[in-house]
Structures are given as C-alpha cells and as structure tokens.
Design a protein around this ligand. Structure first.
Ligand code: 4NP
Length: 153
C-alpha cells in the first residue's frame, strides 16, 4: 500500500509545526504514514525546534529534538498528500503558492479536523511562556488523535 504523506506548516517551523509533526508521527504506523513539517517563512532554516517545544514534547514522551527547520516550497504540493496549516495566515500563505486546484485541495486548517474544538487557529506561542506551549500541545494532541483515528479507520 502507498504511504500517505502529511505535512504540518506554521510560520517559523520551530514552535507549532514541529510539535504537530512529532505528535501525529507518534500516533501513526511509520510503514503507512510519513509526517514532516515546514515553515512559510525562512526565519529559522536549519534550526532545532524552540527549546520550549522540545521541553513540552519531552514531558509528554515525544522527542522532537532531531528536527530541523525548513521553508515550505511549491515542491511540497507534489511531495505531500495532505498539508495542515496551523492558522489562517499560514493557510493563506500556502494557498498563495498553489499552482492548481489540486494543490489547493490538499491544504487544510488543522483544527477544522476536530469539530469539537471551537478554536480555529493554533495560537502562536513564540512570545509566550511554558503555559502557552502546554496549551498548544494539548490542542495539537487532541486534534492529532482525531486525525489519526480518521486515517487509521
Ligand atoms: P511558529 O512560531 O510559527 O509556531 O514556529 C514562530 C516562531 C518564530 C517566529 C514567529 C513565530 N519569528 O518571528 O521568528
């Protein structure tokens, strides 16, 4: 069976999308799914995730310290089947690079995957503290469980 390829995207690729990447990866069998992440900006190319994202993931038993920041590119529309944007700005920036309707159809706002979550955007914790990173982790853990349940069924 073909591998389903899923890309998580935020602005910097150091706070939110590395968490979404690590969390979803931990919930899916790696022989059937490939998960990656990228940023719409070029601010943190090659960098490790933010130390607060690494810490909150580690508290929950997930290691994201090996990830490295990279920028989203048009090629990602060919390389991935589903592209999850963390917020509306990320969604708009990704769709702006789309070449076809098929490209656009791959892009979703991640929190739309769980109708029980009332927030529409994963809040950017970059200028916040550990409680903001915990909140982001909880939101992403909930929605990634829903996504994994849908993909595994
Ligand atoms: P992220 O958070 O998009 O969740 O990775 C940010 C990280 C860095 C910056 C903004 C948001 N920045 O402006 O450098």
């Amino acid at each position: 069976m073909a591998i389903t390829r899923i890309l998580m995207v935020c602005l910097g690729n150091i706070c939110r999308s590395p968490l979404a990447h690590g969390i979803l990866e931990s919930k899916l069998p790696d022989d059937l799914f490939y998960v990656d992440s990228a940023g719409t900006s070029n601010y943190h190319i090659g960098q490790q995730p933010d130390r607060r994202s690494i810490a909150v993931a580690r508290l929950h038993g997930i290691d994201i310290s090996h990830q490295a920041g990279r920028q989203f590119s048009k090629n990602d529309f060919d390389a991935f089947d589903i592209i999850y944007a963390m917020d509306q700005d990320n969604y708009n920036d990704i769709v702006r690079l789309a070449r076809t309707e098929d490209d656009i159809a791959k892009v979703r706002k991640i929190l739309d995957a769980d109708t029980n979550i009332s927030s529409k955007n994963v809040p950017d914790p970059y200028y916040g503290d550990m409680s903001d990173f915990e909140h982001v982790f909880a939101l992403l853990d909930t929605v990634c469980q829903e996504i994994a349940d849908q993909l595994n069924s």
